[in-house]
Every structure is written in C-alpha cells, then in structure tokens.
Design a protein around this ligand. Structure first.
Ligand code: AGP
Length: 674
C-alpha cells in the first residue's frame, strides 16, 4: 500500500515527484525516497524516514539534478521503516568491482544527507564520499545499473534472495523489493549476451526482455517504476495486481499509483492492466503485454479536477470530507431517481431487468468501513426488496468456499477499488460463474474494471484515510439499489414514490445534521481522556455503532467496540464503569423502547452515556449524560444522519489527543496487499 510516482520530460523531476508523493501520501507514509537520473548516467538519490516533509527538507537542502526520476512513499510490509529500506532500491551488476566478490550495495550517503550522491560499500567498509561520486575513479560501469520503486508484495522473495546471495549479489535492505532490482540486473546480463538477437531498431528491446524475464520469476503483486542507467530518457513501468496509471502530457509523461498526482498536470490518463509493461519517454508511450507483445492503449479523460485534492480551507481532509457528505449524496442520486416508474435507474449494471429480477440471493462483500456499509445494505435490501442478503468479509469469503446456489449475485463494495481482499473475493465468485457488480468510488480502478458491471459512487476523491463521505455514498447507493430491486418485485408504485421523496430530502437533512459540529466538539472535550468506548445500536444502526467505533479506533487509537445494544447483557456489560462512555444510537422506530431499556441498564451501572437521538426526544435527555440531536428521518435512512456526529466525535477526540487524523499510524487509504 505504497505510492509510486515517475516523471520524464523537460522539467526538473524532483519538484514534480515530491508534489506527486504528497498527493499519494495517504497510501503509506512511514518513509519515502526519490531517485533522478541525469543524461550522464548519474543517479541522484534522497531518502528519509517519516512523512514526505522530511524528504522535502532534504531535497530543499540539496536538490536532485535531472528531468527523469521516480519516487516512492512507503507502507512497510517487509523491513522496518528505515532509510535503508526506503525506496528506490538499486540493482548493481554483480561483477562491477573486479576481484571482490563481496560487492556491493549502493545506498544513499547518510552522513551527508543523501542527495548529492551514492556511496559504495564493500563489505563493511564505506568507500566513497559524495564528491568521490563524480571522481573519475568511480567509472560509469560501477554505478548502479538501475533504480526501482515498488508497490506490492513479492511472496517468493526469500528463495529468490538466497539464490541471488549465493551468486554474489549483495543486499543493503531487508525488503522484498531489492530482490526485483538485482533480478532484473541478472536478466539484463543474460539478454545483453544475446543482444544480436534483438531488433536493432528497437532501442529498448534488451531492457524490455530483461524486465519481462525477471518479472516472470516473481510471485506476488507489483506496481513498478524503473530507471536504467543506460537509458536516462526512459522509465519502465510494470503492473501485476497493484494499480498503475500513466499521465499523458505535452512532451512529458507521468506514472503514478493512482490519478491524484496527475490532477492539474494533465487531463489524459492511461490505466495499465495486469501483465502490462509500459516504456515511457518524454515524447512516447508504448504499452506491451508480457506475453502478447505490443498492445493499443486507451487514453481516457481524467475525472479528478484540481480543486478536489486541496483542503478547501479545512484544517484536515477528514473534516472537509465529513462536510462534503450532502454534496456526495447529491452526486450519487443525480440522474438515478425515476419518478415516472417510482424507481432508481442505474446505467452501468450491465444486466437485464430479467437477470436482476432472477437474483435469488445477494452477496455483499467488502472490508473495513465498506463492510459496515454492506451491513446496512443487508437491512435495506431485505426490507425493501425482500431478497435474502448475505454480508461477507472479503478476506474470509475468498477462502471460505461457501455453497452458492445459481441466482446468487455478488456486490463488491469498495471506495478505492483496489483493496486486495475484495478484488480476490470478486475474482473467486466470478470464477464460479456468478455475476459480479461493484459499488466503487474510483473510476477505472481494478475492481471497477474486473466486475461485470457496477455503480460509481461519484463521491469525489476521498483523501482522508478514515472513510466518511464514501461510506455515506455507499449506504445511500445501497438504498437506491434496494428501491430498484424492490420495484422489480413487490414494492408498490406509491411505496416507491414515498422512498424517492425521502431519498431526495436527505442532502438537506445531512446539512442540518452538520450543525451539531459545535455541540460534538464540546462533548469530545469531556470524553477525550477515556481509554475505552462502547457504541450501541440496533437494527439499521447496529452497523452505525460498528462504524462509529471504527472511526474512533482508527484515528484516536482509543479502544472501542460496537455492539447490538441487546448483546451487552451477554458479556460486554462487564466493561461498564464510570470511565467507559457508551454511545447509544437511538432513532425513533421499531426498536426505540428496547434501546431505551438497554440504556437504562448501562446507567444503572454508573456508565456515562452519550445519546444520538432525533430532535424533540425529551425522554432520552432525562437519562443520558449528553445528547446530540439529529434531524428526524425514516429509520431506513437514519444510519446516514446518525453517523455524522460519530465521525465528528472521533475527529475532535483525535484532534484533542494530538493525533494525525488524515494519516493515522499504521494505516493506509487502500490496502492493496493481502
Ligand atoms: C476506513 O476508514 C478504512 N480506511 C478502511 O477500513 C477501509 O474502509 C477498508 O480498507 C476498505 O477500503 P475500500 O473501501 O477502499 O475497499
């Protein structure tokens, strides 16, 4: 779950790469690095631990020359977040230094702050200082052959590493990635020996053959950008399982893990697919399939506008995205409600009403917050469409092998469209011959490409790691799908009209709900020192309790549990004491009285209670310590108003505890590895 970026063109690469990494930082932010390559075949490198700012400071102190370069922001999978493990990693020809098998790992010159150059390490002895790099004594052939940055996981890296070590290759990191670097160098030597067999008019034929050969030995996932010393005008990009796009500019090209670094740089984007390798220079882009050779690539218009990725005056993306929920819902419903037939309309399902009418069971699969949206979807579809629904964690479904009868329809729910477990679950159910649909926010993402059809959420780019507006769009879209399936079955025209009216009112209801901001900030100050929280709700709002607890956990690092309120007396109530706040979600509706008695059970044991209740509910105010009033909506839509105070509560408690709400520790926005 790293972010990789590349640039080749007329402009200074280091500035463009740094800005690109800033926009990709939500994908991983424990260490980072850049490498540029100048026409004289010199690599210029900077690496740092921590956020991109640390790298930017190094580069401000010692800019990197060159108009071709690659960059990486890391979410460590193999090897701790250190400078040695930060990308890019270097591939060095095994016999670059005659007579000393114990050659050589190239790594940035830590002493001088990395940028000016590389230092050559022979065994334990540090040989070269930066200045020496330009010293005639270090010949061009002793420079690294290549530099590469990687997003993904190589599952068979250990046996490959042992083989390379046995052949005399030296490693300066404990990453799986460095194996790829040396593997390509090894293949390059093999292909160089056969250079005469390659078409003389194809300058990159040998490099391409070497990359293809080396990649053939890997098992796992990768998005790769590679610089070759012999070709300072070239970036080679390769994709297998991890997302990679190319931005097509005027006399320049960009490579990135997703579209965000391209916004404002170019309006043209190419989505690379698995097994594809791209040869990218300033003026050309050639895409090859690893087995089938050259292929035509499709250039799409880039959806993301410049403004979508700036903070818009908010202190954090998370707060901005919480306040963008009304617009996100308006975007999700635009053009999708049909009054004439009192139903919803979806243009991208790619299944006929007959096929959809024939669905006898709906399987919803997802991870994290998207899984909570799926749980609300279960209530919505079962109530409005009377179709049995199963909700499965994607990481479990991909291996559980459940018996699925014909007529089972899968929905994969995902903000990023790149979550590895959700992608694998979709592929597994598709392999079994069931139709697969995606609810996805990122246009052109892998899950969107591989599903048979689907619905885009149109929530706009979600940058904050803690998902908020995408969750709201997922739940709202599931409500529209429930209406659609319901109207394909027994739901009457009048019932459809009533539901449409409530769906249309929701953006305004959410705007009203955002008025609780100040009240929630006050309540957050009261409870920000608690070390445990309980979130309790029933029916539609049991998932709201789970999502509220997850928001608090992931950004404030406070332990929190969500439960169906009635489950408390079967064990968790033992956790209740005067230091453990319980957050009750209690909309007017079918289970209000039940939730009220659950609340009294907590109060009876001295537990402080924060209640989320509809305006005008005086009864709860007599019992709860704090009440956050939200607008009244129908119960089936109440998860969308009730989640807002919980998002704001988590946000303000995290702020008060000095946490980095947009870049919480140990997390990343899209989980592209298993
Ligand atoms: C939610 O705040 C988290 N970022 C995480 O749980 C997320 O929902 C999960 O990783 C699924 O991501 P997806 O929706 O992009 O597939």
């Amino acid at each position: 779950m790293c972010g990789i970026v590349g640039y080749v063109g007329p402009r200074r690469a280091d500035e463009i790469l740094l800005e690109g990494l800033r926009r990709l930082e939500y994908r991983g932010y424990d260490s980072a690095g850049l490498a540029t390559l100048t026409p004289d075949g010199q690599f210029h490198v900077a690496k740092s631990v921590g956020r991109i700012n640390a790298l930017a400071e190094k580069i401000a102190a010692a800019p990197l020359a060159g108009t071709t370069g690659i960059g990486h922001t890391r979410w460590a999978t193999h090897g701790a977040p250190t400078e040695a493990n930060a990308h890019p990693h270097f591939g060095v020809a095994r016999d670059s230094v005659a007579g000393s098998p114990a050659v050589v790992a190239w790594s940035p010159d830590h002493a001088t702050g990395a940028t000016a150059g590389l230092q050559k390490v022979r065994g334990q002895e540090t040989l070269a200082q930066p200045a020496a790099l330009r010293d005639a004594s270090i010949s061009r052939s002793e420079m690294p052959t290549l530099a590469l940055a990687h997003n993904g996981v190589i599952e068979n890296y250990l046996p490959l590493k042992e083989k390379l070590l046995a052949e005399g290759y030296q490693f300066s990191s404990s990453t799986d990635t460095e194996v790829i670097a040396h593997l390509i160098v090894r293949s390059l030597a093999k292909m160089e020996a056969r250079r005469s067999e390659f078409p003389a008019d194809e300058p990159y034929a040998v490099v391409l053959a070497a990359v293809t050969h080396a990649l053939g030995k890997l098992r796992g996932t990768y998005g790769l950008v590679i610089l070759f010393r012999e070709h300072p005008e070239l970036i080679v990009a390769a994709r297998q399982g991890s997302p990679l796009v190319v931005g097509v500019g005027q006399g320049e090209h960009f490579v990135a893990s997703d579209a965000s670094p391209l916004a404002g740089r170019t309006g043209k984007i190419v989505y690379l697919a698995d097994h594809q390798i791209a040869l990218v220079t300033a003026d050309s882009l050639e895409v090859r399939h690893r087995e089938h050779g050259r292929i035509e690539h499709l250039v799409h218009d880039l959806a993301a506008s410049e403004t979508d990725v700036d903070l818009g005056g908010y202190p954090h993306y998370m707060l901005k995205e919480i306040f963008e929920q009304p617009e996100a819902i308006e975007n999700a419903l635009r053009g999708r409600l049909n009054d004439q037939h009192a139903t919803a309309v979806f243009g991208g399902l790619n299944l006929t009403p007959q096929q959809l009418r024939g669905a006898s069971r709906i399987l919803l699969t997802a991870c994290g917050t998207s899984w909570h949206a799926a749980l609300v979807g279960e209530y919505l579809i079962e109530e409005l469409a009377r179709i049995p629904v199963e909700v499965e964690y994607a990481s479990e479904l991909r291996y559980r092998n459940p018996p699925l009868e014909p007529g089972t329809l899968l929905f994969a729910i995902t903000q990023s469209g790149e979550t590895a477990d959700t992608l694998a679950a979709l592929r597994e159910i598709k392999r079994k011959g069931h139709p697969t649909l995606a609810l996805c926010n990122v246009v052109g993402s892998t899950i969107a490409q591989e599903a048979d059809g689907g619905v885009y959420l149109h929530a706009g780019p979600e940058i904050g790691v803690a998902s908020t507006k995408a969750y709201a769009s997922q739940v709202f879209t599931l409500a529209m799908l429930a209406l659609y399936f319901g109207r394909l079955r027994h739901l009457s025209f009048e019932a459809g009209q009533r539901i449409i009216a409530q769906l249309r009112q929701l953006p305004d209801r959410l705007r009203q709900t955002l008025d609780v901001h100040a009240a929630v900030r006050r309540i957050a100050a009261k409870y920000c020192h608690a070390t445990n929280f309980l979130y309790l709700g029933r029916q539609y709002n049991f998932p709201t309790a789970l999502e509220g607890a997850l928001k608090l956990k992931e950004i404030s690092y406070i332990h929190a549990e969500g439960y169906p309120a009635a489950e408390m007396k079967h064990g968790p109530i033992a956790l209740v004491d005067e230091h453990t706040p319980s957050v009750f979600i209690m909309p007017q509706g079918s289970v209000y009285d039940k939730v009220m008695s659950n609340l009294e059970e907590i109060k009876a044991r001295g537990g402080p209670v924060i209640a989320i209740a509809p305006e005008g509910d005086r009864a709860v105010a007599r019992l709860a310590d704090d009440v956050i009033y939200v607008p009244r909506v129908e119960e089936f839509l109440s998860p969308l108003v009730n989640i807002i105070p919980l998002q704001l509560l988590a946000y303000h408690i995290a702020i008060l505890r000095g946490c980095d709400v947009d870049r919480p520790r140990n997390l990343a926005k899209s989980v592209t590895v298993e």
